[in-house]
Design a binder for this molecule. Structure first.
Ligand code: SF4
Ligand code: SF4
Length: 71
């Protein structure tokens, strides 16, 4: 299954829970900080995303939206 995530970089607090929990290593931490001074998560390798939504379930800030492509 092919998936896609959208991270709200201004909601993100840079805790890295999503980075550590993604089984496909899709997410990295950006080098540019957001308005609140946190380095936010970024779906750098989105082509590997399966849409499993583990990252969104782990995110304490509800900053991740998950989309799945129908077969
Ligand atoms: S939906 Fe799954 S595969 Fe995609 S970024 Fe989140 S944890 Fe990784
Ligand atoms: S789990 Fe949420 S708050 Fe933490 S780094 Fe990922 S997107 Fe940001």
């Amino acid at each position: 299954m092919k998936g896609k995530i959208i991270v709200d970089r201004e909601l993100c607090k840079g805790c890295k829970y999503c980075v550590m929990s993604c089984p496909k290593e899709v997410i990295v931490i950006e080098k540019r900080f957001n308005k609140n001074g946190y380095f936010p998560a970024c779906p750098e390798y989105i082509e590997k995303c399966t849409g499993c939504a583990i990252c969104a379930q782990m995110c304490p800030e509800i900053a991740i939206e998950v989309w799945r492509e129908e077969d």
